[in-house]
Design a protein. Structure first.
Length: 311
């Protein structure tokens, strides 16, 4: 029996992770702290904090597996002086082994204002770009068509849509991403291009805040994700806010993962969050969990900031 060296196993694992992301349509980055920055999931969220908000998040998934996913996301969004309008911008980079997916999307929202709530309709439009870092690939078969002809990089337009209804103590959102379902070229063999297709992702989310005392607030939330060729994904979260400054919570994901998370409101304008994922599926024996760290800034340029703020 032929023994595969460890470095080749790691390279193979990374490439298989990339192929799996194409085959099973898990084409959107995964975030455990989605409830603290919903713009990555729902365009309708832009401007909902009624301040100029800047967020940056870095995720290192499946530590100890070479080529495991590493994702960076940054966003900025704000309402305008006209409170019916919100604008935003989101950029990201998602690296899995040798594959790189990057994108930038601008967001426009229109909000209907009710006495105690707001209904927001959001549209994102931008570009997605994919590429392969061939220096990371150590193949077994140099005659493999994917290697002989090389994968093409390609940039395509993309669009997302979301509806977000919220008040001070609850929120509900529905959204769909990758509406255009564009094709991204993989390889050209004998003059014929083979493609992977960006599939529409559908999200539903909801959450509420329940004050338990003057110092403690309980905030449960749920996120459901649907995409063709993949099982539905459910994320259940329960968090507690202590003294208006310290969040502590946990999530269970239907992929058999548990996320432990915290967020500190350092000042009224600065927040820092951290989460650690523990996996109980087949990958659990081969990785040391997943780390995610987030920074958030609020700038009250229109003097509309509400405190306390739960979403």
């Amino acid at each position: 029996m032929t023994t595969i060296p460890n470095h080749m196993k790691n390279s193979l694992t990374a490439f298989l992770l990339f192929l799996a992301s194409l085959s099973f349509a898990q084409q959107d980055p995964l975030f455990s702290q989605y409830m603290f920055n919903k713009l990555a999931i729902n365009p309708g969220y832009a401007g909902s904090r009624d301040v100029l908000t800047v967020d940056a998040l870095y995720r290192y998934q499946w530590v100890n597996i070479d080529g495991s996913p590493r994702t960076f996301s940054a966003s900025v969004h704000s309402p305008l002086r006209n409170q019916h309008i919100g604008l935003g911008l989101n950029v990201y980079s998602d690296v899995i082994g040798p594959s790189v997916m990057q994108g930038g999307l601008a967001t426009f929202t229109y909000r209907i204002l009710f006495p105690d709530a707001k209904l927001s309709f959001g549209l994102q439009a931008g570009v997605k770009y994919s590429d392969i870092n061939w220096a990371m690939v150590k193949p077994f078969d140099m005659e493999d068509p994917s290697l002989v002809h090389q994968l093409k990089n390609k940039a395509v337009p993309d669009a997302n849509f979301g509806i977000y209804y919220y008040s001070k103590k609850y929120f509900v959102g529905l959204s769909s991403k990758q509406l255009l379902q564009n094709q991204m070229s993989i390889v050209s063999v004998n003059g014929k291009d083979e493609f992977t297709k960006l599939l529409r992702h559908f999200y539903g989310m909801a959450g509420a805040a329940f004050p338990l005392s003057d110092q403690v607030v309980f905030r449960p939330s749920v996120l459901v994700k649907f995409v063709q060729n993949a099982p539905p994904q459910l994320d259940l979260n329960a968090s507690f806010l202590f003294a208006g400054a310290f969040w502590l919570g946990a999530s269970y994901r239907s992929e058999k993962a548990l996320s432990l998370m915290t967020e500190f409101n350092i000042t009224q304008s600065l927040r820092i969050g951290y989460s650690y994922d523990i996996w109980f599926n087949e990958l659990g024996a081969y990785n040391k969990g997943s780390h995610e760290i987030r920074l958030g800034f609020d700038f009250d340029i229109f003097a509309r900031m509400l405190t306390p703020r739960y979403f």
